[in-house]
Design a protein around this ligand. Structure first.
Ligand code: MRU
Length: 329
């Protein structure tokens, strides 16, 4: 995708250095972060300089390739990388694939393949998903499942970009997505770059607009999909899915098949990341709450499959109960 007329990917590698769009700086500053070794790349995943399932996966693949080139203990490096964030399946998918390499050249080749496949899958998700978007659609999305969360195009936002390019009118309601505000900061920034009409709403406002039928389509990304179609995504997604069902609004998930955990039978087995309470207690370093108060900060929740109308992948659009059949592909 383009930023000020220049084509960028969210994650790439140049002369052994992993390059990342520095996401905590957005939307104020657009800057590229350079990571020279696997430890630094792992730290960038942990601190969310790079975030979003596909982008984390691509960065993890490149991180392990860096370890191969530095002649580090691969198994140890793989463990360090896997211990950065527990929920996004793409991270584990990428590490396991690169770990199978016999030498550094092959490791790099696989890491590049993973990034390329991610971009290509997201493009296809856009093509399949666009068919679901009607001219005049009023769409709700949660968190950021755009190109900043993947190598290119994104998942939930990819069908929207495609619809806009085809001349359809759409309006996007962007949940702000407390506590880290990926919606208000990142999705809003992406949509502005693409000139997609949108409004940021407080997370609590979605039900108000759904009840009035001012939202008629909901699409979000996924961080891990279980075999029965239960889907982990950013905290607050479950609430939106229940509201969508209550108001007869179709609720779709968009994700590449690399987000499916074929060893995970259902949502209750998906590990949910618990992050620092400061993210809830503070906004940009300013404390909002009494010093005595503690906070809880789960980063994801699970939307049960019965709330999901369809899952848009690079292989087509599936009902949740068809997800298990993709395992044999
Ligand atoms: O904690 P993050 O920002 O890495 O969360 C991941 C997400 O961006 C969302 O849950 C998103 O909707 C999934 S698509 C990558």
């Amino acid at each position: 995708m383009k930023v000020q007329d220049k084509y960028y990917r969210t994650v790439w590698m140049e002369d052994g250095v992993v390059k990342l769009i520095n996401q905590p700086l957005l939307p104020d500053k657009f800057e590229i972060y350079s990571s020279k070794d696997y430890q630094q790349t792992a730290q960038a995943i942990k601190t969310m300089i790079v975030r979003g399932a596909g982008a984390i996966g691509a960065a993890a693949g490149y991180a392990l390739a860096q370890a191969f080139f530095a002649d580090e203990d691969r198994k140890k490096a793989a463990e360090v990388i896997k211990n950065t964030r527990p929920t996004a399946q793409n991270l584990f998918y990428a590490v396991e694939r690169v770990l199978k390499a016999n030498d550094k050249e092959e490791a790099l080749k696989i890491a590049i393949q993973i990034a390329d496949e991610d971009a290509e899958a997201c493009k296809k998700i856009g093509e399949f998903g666009e068919s679901l978007i009607e001219h005049g659609a009023k769409i709700l999305t949660h968190c950021n499942a755009g190109w900043l969360a993947f190598v290119d195009w994104g998942t939930a936002l990819s069908p929207i970009y495609r619809a806009i390019r085809k001349g359809k009118e759409v309006f996007v309601y962007v949940n702000e997505t407390r506590p880290r505000l990926q919606g208000a900061r990142l999705t809003a920034w992406e949509l502005s770059q693409e000139k997609v009409p949108h409004a940021i709403i407080a997370d609590n406002a979605a039900g108000y607009y759904m009840k009035k039928q001012e939202i008629n389509f909901v699409i979000t990304g996924a961080d891990r999909i279980a075999l029965n179609g239960d889907t982990a995504n950013k905290i607050g997604t479950y609430t939106k899915s229940v509201l969508a069902k209550e108001n007869n609004i179709p609720f779709y998930i968009a994700a590449p098949t690399s987000t499916i955990d074929f060893h995970c039978p259902s949502g209750e087995h998906i590990p949910i990341e618990e992050r620092d309470e400061k993210e809830v207690l503070e906004v940009r370093g300013v404390r909002l709450s009494p010093q005595e108060s503690r906070a809880k900060n789960p980063a994801f929740d699970v939307t049960p499959h019965e709330y999901i109308k369809g899952i848009i992948t690079e292989k087509g659009i599936f009902t949740p109960d068809q997800i298990k059949d993709l395992a044999t592909d």
